[in-house]
Design a protein around this ligand. Sequence first.
Ligand code: IVH
Length: 722
Amino acid sequence: MASSPETQIQTLREELRHHEHLYYVDDSPVLTDAQYDALMNRLKALEAEHPDLITPDSPTQRVGGKPKDGFVKTPHSRPMLSLDNAYNEPELRAWDERVRSALPTTETIRYVCELKLDGLSIALHYSPGPKGSAHLERGITRGDGTIGEDVTTNVRTIRSIPLSITAEKLKAAHLPQTFEVRGEVVLPHAAFVKMNAEREAQGLAPAANPRNAAAGTIRTLEPNIVAQRRLDLYAYFLLHGEDKQRGDTLLPTHTETLEALRTAGLRVNTHARTVDSIDAVLKFIAEADTLRDTLGYEIDGVVIKLDGTAQQRRLGFTGKAPRWAIAYKFAARAAVTQLLGVAFQTGRTGKITPVAQLQPVLIGGTTVARATLHNPDEIARLGVRIGDFVQVERGGDVIPKIVEVAEDPKHPRGTIEIVFPTHCPRCKEPLVQEPGEVDLRCVNASCPARLEEELRHFSSRNVMNIEGLGEALIAQLLGHALAEQATEPGAPGPDSGTWDEPAPNSPESDSAPTTEPTRTALVHSVADIYALTKADLLTLERIGEKTADSILSEIENSKKQPLNRVLLGLGIRHVGERTAQALAEEFGSMELLQKATEEDLTRINDVGPKVAATVNEFFSNQKNLDLIDRLRTAGLNFTAEKRVRGTTLEGLTFVLTGTLPTLTRDEAKEKIESAGGKVSGSVSKKTSYLVAGEEAGSKLDKATSLNVPILDEAALLSLLQS
Ligand code: IVH
């Protein structure tokens, strides 16, 4: 008896899903590719006959329609954080100590060790589907950590991501129908090699490394290309879908989380281990390091996470990273190659950086063709000459660097001395070396190279985040013709790691772009970005209506960036992310910050006299004030939420020691600071109070000997109340 088309379709889908899981998640296929294709073709044929029976979670529907208007920006439910790094055993042990000192000594501490996959992180949102199931609703890239891009159409093509999870599986995994999975999308080596071979055959520039290739692929506008590239996903996080009150994590331990993800049918990396000591973590790291070359995908270290989720909550976060996890980065990989020449680049502050042009060499999967030589002192220290063979190191995201000259019979020494220029390679003005400084600088404020770097910095992701305003567009806005380069929509473009790409310059040439401006520049300062019109953009090469519109809307959106980012964008010397944040919070508006005296500035915890002086100097320069006025008129966000500080503890300095019964170190610090008090790391005669908890050590002795009054947590709390 032949079953109904509906039942046949159901059965085929279940069979296909089962085999996809065996193939893509378990790595243990039982069907040949031809057998799998035959099943798929039968399903396709049946669905073609009964189009009303097609559902979005059918295995035939992985490749859907193109995202019409590019990718939509979407906020994350909770920030996607990064991790702090440890580079050696002492740093890792210090982290372990910090974790232990933040938790009561009676608690058991376990760590989960995972491989640190070198791909891009992604958030997958599952929501209720038919019959108690959960279906993949959305996939969002990390973006700037707060807002990512909706890349659902592409995520659906990744076969290790289930489009739906049955009620039975959810039940077995103890999962509700709504939840969020986070994980890493990676491009396996084999797929990377294949992709680059294809790109080269088409005359396109190869991607520098699998991570860039994966990042470019996930943002490709052609889902069928994405489907061919064979991206993979490893899940490592599970968050609550709706009920944020219950905390972020669903299960009591991270070990259970990984198990639940696996039970639900997601791919979880098999090289994960729960251990109960830092020694066991170190053993895992050593094993992972030896595994590294056999895995078939890039890893750049090991991630260690505190197992207990309640413990994780107690430790909390610092700025951008959790305290309860750390990334142990593997040592940089190195190779020997020849130094072909040195280019000199003028940076945002006018600093001249010598950049080594190398015979391209593969280091840990990435082609390296350039490395920084920092400054004249570094060149002298290395004693390096053009033509020398040099040892080049590369670690993770770090710019490759030359460690030493390889001196051996196989590698004859070079003969050409490296001569530092006396004039700026871009504007030809004489360079200046200020007394006591190693760097040479171009002090011409209108040097085009400086403006170019300023624009790049201003529009970059962590600053104003104006997507599309990258290297190529900036060059055009400054009046340069577009350099010849083969690109494909969405493929890793020039923004995906300038340092990894073959140097565009010959050894003698100056910084990019090499061409002289061929027409009048459209921008002369960052404020000009906000005066750009569609007509302006349409005069540029390779900018059509759609691109122009999207750039303009990106520029418009950037006006909403918070004040701290605007401050960062101004490029004030010594003002990095943290200081910009502190300044914004402290003064609450650009106006008040402009009026601040050096004394006002040094009152902020993280601001010392040097920073205060440069900030003050910046705001007394008329040119800068004009720029700020123009940005204000353009409608940028010049206000921030001011940090309200109480006055209860004003003028008092506290030192914290030992474990407090309910407050963590940081909570106590936060409470003291928001009441106007200061927290210092060491006890001195100036200390007003020592707050001591259990197992307080030498600080307690010192405070006693100096007659510094000692408080316990309860006494601190009542002081705060007073
Ligand atoms: S946990 C808040 N686990 O590394 C926790 N991240 O340097 C952050 N990564 O943005 C993520 N493998 O893209 C975690 N097993 C792993 C990871 C991993 C790779 C990436 C991830 C993250 C970056 C932080």
